[in-house]
Design a protein around this ligand. Structure first.
Ligand code: DHE
Length: 516
């Protein structure tokens, strides 16, 4: 008996050492940070908080971010809730490595794959009657849903649940038959818009930025913050084809800022966040002939369904890291910025930086749009820190004009058939305003207030450019349809924090007035 009691006591003592009480800082993390950054610090709405993902942020700056919030993100200020020593505790915590970061390679990605309807098993005719080219998908962040909208009648066709916290634009493919979504926690979902059904899903990363689809509809690629990879998927059923590690020649790894498709180049273009490089990843069956610098690396794909798939990578060394970038309509140059406001123009053919632009307002270049102004193509971008829209000549990369707005903006849109560009005032006391700019005078000609007191943001035009759809970015929000010429309200549909909206025609034709 005594022996049993002793063993029990020993057992209790040893288990007491295993289950450590959470520290006060861990409690604070749970209370204030876990909802957005994940209980495990692997990221959710907010990015993963691990030393390997915070390499570019000095601890002192991390302190200030917690104290004062971070511009252009959902990160609030905690200075009224936390004492300086509590903030310092949290800084120390997020710079402490996790005992283990879950592996997320081919094996894990493959194991996460869910195929609900195998390719070719669903009918090829839409189950509804609407002009496919003018369909919209509207993402509703409020309750993690999306609404498929008829762009002629502005009637919802279907409302579907999405994965938690989608980010970046969902991408249409195959003439509007399919749309692909990416969530911040790494899920890529393929939705069949004709049959109103998800067909496949896969978790391509742990903490993901965005996705791109090759213009031929064959491949999907996801850019990840965690792990430091790009994941290439077979678009048919989202089978993983290749995991490309994002690292430089010295083995320094990097988060991937974002990835886009460059149609005429048959390639994806990705910017790295922690190494000064831009990557081009070919999706041609054979590597481009006569090009130096492609690291051609065939990948044997397991299973019989796929042949060998090449995804050759070409690195371009640049002068600084890129957080955000815009690609010209010719897909030969990109302009990217770092958070300190230095813009770099990178020529993808010359494979080097060709110009520097000082852009102090922190432009949101993934929202940039172009149009013809006095015989030249101009790029217009809102700025996240300053209340101004920057107009840049894309030949000389000189700033033509800074248009003063009522506060910093996030999204900007136009259409080839519209004389106007619309820009929101996403931040500050005037967040409920929406400016309309005349593309030829570069003056604001109208300022709308769609819902007083509520953020109005993100515009997209109908296929013909006649209507502009605006989000009221609120749980009790709406989608407001405006006549894009008279600025009269045409319709208001209640929605739950609608964010982006994506028109089949504008996206698939790579309209100069919208994001790609
Ligand atoms: Fe986004 C697109 C980066 C915060 C809503 N955002 C993008 C893209 C990039 C980017 C690179 C283009 C990818 C694409 O569309 O394929 N976003 C960033 C950031 O670095 C930033 C500032 C910090 C972060 O938290 O990641 C950031 N973004 C936000 C938000 O806080 C927003 C407003 C709300 C949210 O969803 O988290 C937000 N971002 C969006 C939306 C798009 C987007 C709706 C797609 C716009 C489009 O029309 O294409």
């Amino acid at each position: 008996m005594k022996q049993i009691l002793t063993s029990l006591l020993l057992l209790c003592a040893s288990s007491a050492t295993v289950i450590a009480e959470p520290t006060q800082t861990e409690e604070l993390y749970k209370q204030h940070c876990a909802e957005c950054h994940g209980v495990d610090r692997l990221g959710l709405m907010g990015p993963a908080l691990l030393p390997q993902n915070l390499k570019r942020l000095r601890q002192q700056s991390a302190f200030s971010v917690i104290q004062n919030g971070r511009a252009a993100t959902q990160m609030p200020a905690f200075k009224d809730k936390l004492m300086p020593d509590q903030i310092q505790g949290l800084v120390d915590l997020v710079y402490t490595p996790l005992k283990e970061i879950p592996a997320w390679g081919m094996k894990e990605i493959k194991a996460s794959q869910l195929v609900y309807h195998a390719p070719g098993t669903l009918p090829d005719k839409p189950v509804f009657d609407a002009e496919i080219d003018n369909l919209f998908m509207v993402v509703e962040l409020g309750d993690h849903h999306a609404t498929l909208l008829n762009g002629d009648t502005f009637e919802p066709i279907h409302r579907l649940p999405t994965r938690f916290a989608l980010h970046g634009g969902p991408k249409w493919a195959e003439g509007g038959r399919y749309i692909y979504f990416a969530s911040r926690d790494g899920w890529i979902s393929k939705f069949d818009a004709f049959n109103l059904k998800y067909v496949a899903e896969v978790r391509a990363g742990i903490n993901t930025r965005n996705l791109a689809v090759s213009h031929d509809g064959r491949y999907v690629i996801a850019a990840n913050y965690l792990p430091h990879t790009l994941t290439v998927l077979d678009a048919r059923d989202l089978s993983p084809l290749k995991v490309i590690e994002a690292k430089d020649e010295n083995g320094n790894s990097s988060r991937v800022s974002a990835v886009y498709t460059a149609d005429p180049r048959n390639s994806f273009v990705a910017a790295m966040k922690d190494i000064p490089e831009v990557w081009e990843i070919s999706y041609l069956d054979e590597p481009p002939a006569g090009f130096s610098g492609w690291v051609h690396d065939y990948n044997k794909v397991s299973g019989d369904a796929h042949k060998e798939e090449p995804f050759a990578v070409r690195r371009i060394q640049i002068k600084d890291y890129l957080d955000d970038f815009f690609m010209t309509q010719e897909y030969d140059r990109i302009i990217g910025t770092t958070r300190n406001g230095q813009g770099q123009v990178v020529d993808l053919d010359l494979r080097r930086s060709v110009a520097n632009v000082t852009l102090p307002g922190m432009p949101h270049l993934s929202s940039g749009i172009t149009w013809n102004y006095q015989g030249k193509t101009v790029l217009a971008t809102p700025n996240i820190k300053e209340g101004q829209v920057t107009i840049i000549n894309t030949k000389t990369w000189e700033i033509i004009k800074q248009i003063k707005t009522e506060g910093p903006g996030f999204f900007m849109r136009s259409h080839e058939k519209s004389p106007y560009a619309w820009v929101d005032v996403f931040f500050g006391p005037n967040k409920d305003l929406m400016h309309v700019i005349d593309k030829q005078t570069l003056e604001i000609v109208k300022t709308l207030k769609p819902a007083p007191g509520k953020t109005s943001a993100h515009v997209e035009f109908t296929q013909d450019g006649k209507y502009a759809l605006v989000s009221i970015w609120d749980d009790d929000g709406a989608l407001v349809v405006y006549d894009a010429n008279t600025f009269e309200e045409v319709k208001r549909l209640p929605m739950k924090k609608p964010s982006g909206k994506y028109n089949v025609h504008n996206k698939l034709t790579r309209s100069a007035g919208t994001s790609h």
